[in-house]
Structures are given as structure tokens and as C-alpha cells.
Design a binder for this molecule. Structure first.
Ligand SMILES: Nc1nc2c(ncn2[C@@H]2O[C@H](COP(=O)(O)OP(=O)(O)OP(=O)(O)O)[C@@H](O)[C@H]2O)c(=O)[nH]1
Ligand SMILES: [Mg+2]
Ligand SMILES: [Zn+2]
Length: 227
């Protein structure tokens, strides 16, 4: 028998991930849980956005899964706000996979949350390839990262149903052509919803939370593809 090639092994890993993700999606559909998978480079503001989102989602049961290669820091930040959060430590791997999510959602409060946020490991590349059973992926791009990023990392920006341009309070201090970035995103993904936020200044957070609430309602109403 011939040895499996690297491509065979990668394909098998992705296929087994797809199966696990499909099971997760079924479960989340039964509980009416809206699940979003947040993907960005390290430090672009995923956890900070979640921290400022939680207080604005009163009346909803929110839970958070945090992916990192090391430390409980992000989960600790969320738990301080009184929201259930679990830290998934990948032990060096640069993305989360569906089996890791399966193991965590057996905990009380996760499988039947109204909204489950999954913060992926900080990385714009391979988290894109792993379905976690989410309703959609959200790409975050902070204005300090440079305005060439959508075209340099087209995979995530073409797959993400929503792109959030973060830290817009810093626009005056960096060279970041907002319009050029929006053009790049739209040319990769015509349907992408683009939001521009500052967690620091509170800009457009109400719009973001209204979007989450209406998307949750849409999911529960069975109204076709989200968002
Ligand atoms: N000026 C400004 N700084 C922000 C904003 N959002 C986050 N930051 C800062 O950016 C840094 C990184 O934020 P995090 O939320 O930890 O980033 P992250 O994407 O969760 O990082 P990883 O989990 O390591 O991938 C922190 O120092 C935040 O205070 C914002 O809207 N404006
Ligand atoms: Mg974080
Ligand atoms: Zn990876």
C-alpha cells in the first residue's frame, strides 16, 4: 500500500471536521442558538469587542468559547462580566476545530445559549478552513493593521459574512484608507456586511448589537441564509 500523501491527510482531517461541524449545527438549530466564529489577527480587538458587547445584550443568554494556544486570560476577562466562558487551549495549534467545540458545549449554559460567540485563535489564515458549526464567520480587521489586508488574506474576507473594522477611534493616527478597504472586501464578497466599530469609544456598538438581535430572530424564524 502506498503512503498517504500530505494532501490525503489534510483532506481526511477536514472531512472529519465537516462531520463534527454538521452535528454541531444540527444541535444549535434545535436549540435556536446563534453561533458566530470570530476570526482575526492577534490583537485586533476580538475579546475587547465581546467585553463591550455583553452588557448591551441584556435579556439574552450569552456564552463564549475562547481559543488560544496558551493562558486562560481571555476566558477570565469574559467570566469577570458574569458570562459563562470556557478557554480552549489548543496546545500550539493555530486554529480551533469542531471536536474541540463539541467537548466544551456539554457544559451547562453553552449548548442552549441564545448567542454563542466563539473567539478563534488569533490568525487570519487556517481558522478559515475549519467549520465549527457556526452560522457564519466574522472577520475583524483593526485600522492599525494596514489597509492592504483583505487582498493579502482573501480567504477569510471572502468567506466571512460579516467584516468588522475595529479601533476606528485610531483612524486619525494611522494611514488607513477606509474606502479602499471596503472596496477590497466588496470585491471579494459582494454580500459581506461591513461594520465599523470602536470598542474604546463605543462607536456603532448599538448597531452591531441590533444586528446580532435581528439575526438571532431571523434564525429562529427559519428565514433562509443568515445574516
Ligand atoms: N484604541 C483602541 N484600542 C482597542 C480597541 N479594541 C481593542 N483595543 C486594544 O487592542 C488590544 C488588543 O485587544 P484584544 O481584544 O485583547 O485583542 P484580541 O483580538 O482578542 O487578541 P488575541 O486574543 O490575542 O488574538 C488591547 O490593548 C485593547 O485595549 C478599540 O476599539 N480602540
Ligand atoms: Mg482575545
Ligand atoms: Zn491552524
Amino acid at each position: 500500500m502506498t503512503e498517504p500523501t500530505k494532501i490525503d491527510v489534510k483532506r481526511r482531517i477536514l472531512e472529519s471536521n465537516e462531520l463534527a461541524a454538521a452535528k454541531l449545527r444540527q444541535g444549535f438549530s434545535a436549540t435556536g442558538t446563534l453561533v458566530v466564529n470570530l476570526i482575526s489577527s492577534p490583537g485586533s480587538g476580538k475579546t475587547t469587542l465581546l467585553e463591550s458587547t455583553i452588557g448591551r445584550l441584556s435579556g439574552l443568554k450569552v456564552a463564549v468559547l475562547e481559543g488560544d494556544i496558551a493562558t486562560e486570560r481571555d476566558a477570565d476577562r469574559i467570566r469577570k462580566l458574569g458570562v459563562p466562558a470556557r478557554q480552549i487551549l489548543t496546545g500550539g495549534s493555530c486554529h480551533l476545530d469542531a471536536r474541540q467545540i463539541q467537548r466544551e458545549i456539554v457544559e451547562e449554559g453553552f449548548a442552549n445559549a441564545d448567542i454563542l460567540f466563539i473567539e478563534n485563535v488569533g490568525n487570519l489564515i487556517c481558522p478559515t478552513a475549519y467549520d465549527l458549526g457556526e452560522d457564519f464567520k466574522i472577520a475583524l480587521l483593526s485600522v492599525s493593521e494596514g489597509d492592504d489586508k483583505p487582498f493579502k488574506y482573501p480567504g477569510i474576507f471572502s468567506k466571512a459574512a460579516v467584516t468588522i473594522i475595529t479601533k476606528i477611534d485610531l483612524l486619525d493616527y494611522v494611514d488607513f484608507d477606509l474606502e479602499a478597504v471596503e472596496d477590497q472586501i466588496r470585491s471579494l464578497n459582494q454580500r459581506s456586511v461591513i461594520l465599523k466599530t470602536s470598542a474604546r469609544a463605543g462607536t456603532h456598538l448599538d448597531e452591531w448589537c441590533a444586528f446580532l438581535r435581528s439575526t438571532l430572530e431571523k434564525k429562529r424564524g427559519g428565514a433562509g441564509p443568515l445574516p
